[in-house]
Structures are given as structure tokens and as C-alpha cells.
Ligand binder design. Structure first.
Ligand SMILES: Nc1ncnc2c1ncn2[C@@H]1O[C@H](COP(=O)(O)OP(=O)(O)OP(=O)(O)O)[C@@H](O)[C@H]1O
Ligand SMILES: [Mg+2]
Length: 313
């Protein structure tokens, strides 16, 4: 058994018009993880997924799924993958049952009504199995797409913005479904614009920008290393510069000199509770600066992401 479920090396994609959508991507997806791919519109997320799924030809590089090359061993590679595409494309007039069963057949798997039933029940679609797709709500259609992707029992599931335009409740339901799949050993790769989704679901996070993977990190690690905390002191009197005696602290002025912002590593606080802050406050007093109030906050993954994308623009 291969250690990595998906191995991507030096992947490039130049579309026929000459646009380079992927500029040499290296990425290894572990077996059984939930990997969230974050990136702004046009970053290359769908292109990356489409190459792995064999829908778009790579211009250079290599991709292996469970050790099978996506070009040389296409069938072996593709049969391990389920794809929930970004765009809703359904056969409007077929029924839920037929659509999902047919999808299994496309992969050459023998009929297995018990499996199809299990999938439909897990997605709360069982009651709708005889409905034509055209009669379903948008959220239900999305679930049908997931059911289709699961019909052939894939080991890897790609979800390309699975919850775009889905209400909060259904989004939570879908997260439950995805977690359940992971618990059953399915490797999950999802793209999303909802930071909340990555924060909630992912084991690891990759950030892609303009066709380049700019970061891949454990979610916990990412939030720890980039999740700095800030302490804001609102001063009684504005200052024009930070007094020299405070230079050893990482301070900056804000609000036209009415506020001092102290950035510190959120992880250090545990080992050294408030030590740094107590020192700072004492020194601020001795520098003759009075303050009205202070408050702290920790940056969320959302800010981390926005900063990452912005920094490199
Ligand atoms: N068939 C195509 N021909 C030419 N250019 C394309 C084609 N498909 C995508 N592109 C371009 O490649 C870039 C990446 O597109 P892609 O769909 O992979 O982005 P994305 O990260 O999925 O964006 P979104 O978040 O909007 O879904 C974009 O600039 C897009 O215009
Ligand atoms: Mg996309």
C-alpha cells in the first residue's frame, strides 16, 4: 500500500489560450485525511482537481492516485476517485435512484442496490429516491451530486466547493456526512471559500494563489504559528511616536496615536502567563502614558488567510 493517497509532482497546466493556471504544484495527500484547499477565485483549485480526476490534461508533471499514474493507469486511478463538481449538472428528468445507480455503472462496478440505498439514506435522500431531479431543491441536488460521487465506493472524494450557496443548516449536515466518510477511511479533499469550513473540517490546509501552492500546513499548526494575539491599549492622550523605553516590545501605533497595539505569540502565553504583558503595562506607565482600557483578541483563520493572499499580491 502506498503511503500517500495522492502524489502530485511539478504539475503544470497551460490552457490552450496560453494561460498558465498551475505553475508547478507539488502536493502529497495522506491517506484518510481531510485536506482543505483554499484560494481566491481563479487561483486554480478546480483546475487542480480536474487534472487529478482526468478531466483536464496536465501540461507537465506527474500525478499518482494510490500509486497509479493518472495518465498511464487512468482506469485504476480514476476508479478510486469520487468527484463532487463545483457546477450543478444533473440530468433533470431522471430520478434520484437512476442517476446514482447509473453513476456506479459508469465505473464498471456491479449493481449493488444495498450500497445505493445506504448512500441515499446517509444523505437523507431516501424519501426522494423516486423524484425526478428537476423537482428537487438546490440543496437536495447538491446532495445528489455527493451520492453520485459515492456510488462506486471511492477511496478519495473531491468536493469542489460543496457548500457554495447552501444554507447553514445543510452545510452542517454535509460536514457531518463528510466526517462520517472520513471515519470510514475515505480521503477527502475539499475546496472552499468558507474559512469557517476549513477551520471546522480540515486536518491540513493548503493555500493556492495564481496557480501556486503558497502554503501547506497542519491546521492546528497554522493557527498556532500564524495566529498571533493582539493587545490594544487605548491611551488618554495621543502620542506621535512610540517612546524609546518601549522599543523592546513589538508595538505599533494605531488610531492616529490614540492606541498602542502589542502583538505577541499566542503560544508563549501558556508557558509564561501574562509575564510579557505585565512588564509591558508597567513600562507603559513608567513612560508616562496613561491608558483608558485594554483588550485582546486572537486572529482567526480567516484573517490568516486574507493576510496570506494579500501579502503575496
Ligand atoms: N478551459 C479553460 N480555458 C482557459 N482558461 C481556463 C479554463 N478553465 C479555467 N481557466 C482559467 O484558469 C484559472 C484557474 O481557474 P480555476 O477554475 O481552476 O479556478 P478556481 O480556483 O477553481 O476558482 P473559483 O474559486 O472561482 O472556482 C482562471 O484564471 C481561469 O480563467
Ligand atoms: Mg473552482
Amino acid at each position: 500500500m502506498q503511503e500517500a493517497m495522492i502524489e502530485i509532482e511539478g504539475l503544470r497546466k497551460v490552457y490552450s489560450g496560453g494561460f498558465e493556471a498551475l505553475k508547478g504544484v507539488d502536493l502529497s495527500i495522506r491517506r484518510g485525511e481531510i485536506f482543505a484547499l483554499l484560494g481566491p477565485n481563479g487561483a486554480g483549485k478546480t483546475t487542480l482537481i480536474s487534472v487529478v480526476c482526468g478531466l483536464v490534461n496536465p501540461s507537465a508533471g506527474q500525478v499518482r492516485v494510490d500509486g497509479y499514474d493518472i495518465l498511464d493507469d487512468f482506469r485504476e486511478a480514476r476508479s478510486r476517485i469520487g468527484l463532487v463538481p463545483q457546477e450543478l449538472t444533473n440530468e433533470a428528468f431522471s430520478t434520484v435512484w437512476d442517476t446514482v445507480s447509473f453513476s456506479r455503472g459508469l465505473f464498471g462496478k456491479p449493481r449493488d442496490p444495498a450500497h445505493i440505498e445506504k448512500v441515499l439514506r446517509s444523505l437523507s435522500l431516501w424519501d426522494k429516491r423516486r423524484n425526478r431531479l428537476i423537482t428537487l431543491s438546490g440543496g437536495m441536488k447538491r446532495r445528489v451530486l455527493i451520492a453520485k460521487a459515492l456510488a462506486h465506493e471511492p477511496e478519495v472524494l473531491f468536493l469542489d466547493e460543496p457548500t457554495a450557496g447552501v444554507d447553514v443548516e445543510l452545510r452542517r449536515d454535509m460536514w457531518e456526512v463528510v466526517r462520517g466518510l472520513r471515519d470510514n477511511g475515505v480521503t477527502i479533499i475539499l475546496t472552499t471559500h468558507y474559512i469557517e469550513e476549513a477551520e471546522e473540517m480540515a486536518d491540513r490546509i493548503g493555500v493556492i494563489r495564481s496557480g501556486e501552492l503558497v502554503l501547506v500546513e497542519e491546521k492546528q499548526e497554522l493557527m498556532r504559528s500564524l495566529g498571533s494575539k493582539e493587545l490594544t491599549l487605548h491611551l488618554h492622550e495621543p502620542v506621535t511616536a512610540i517612546p524609546d523605553v518601549l522599543s523592546r516590545f513589538d508595538l505599533r501605533l494605531a488610531e492616529d496615536g490614540h492606541a498602542l497595539i502589542y502583538s505577541y505569540d499566542a503560544t508563549r502565553e501558556d508557558s509564561n502567563p501574562r509575564g510579557g504583558i505585565a512588564d509591558l503595562l508597567a513600562e507603559v506607565e513608567s513612560a508616562g502614558l496613561g491608558f483608558k482600557d485594554l483588550h485582546t483578541r486572537q486572529s482567526s483563520l480567516e484573517e490568516i488567510f486574507v493576510n496570506l493572499v494579500r501579502e503575496r499580491t
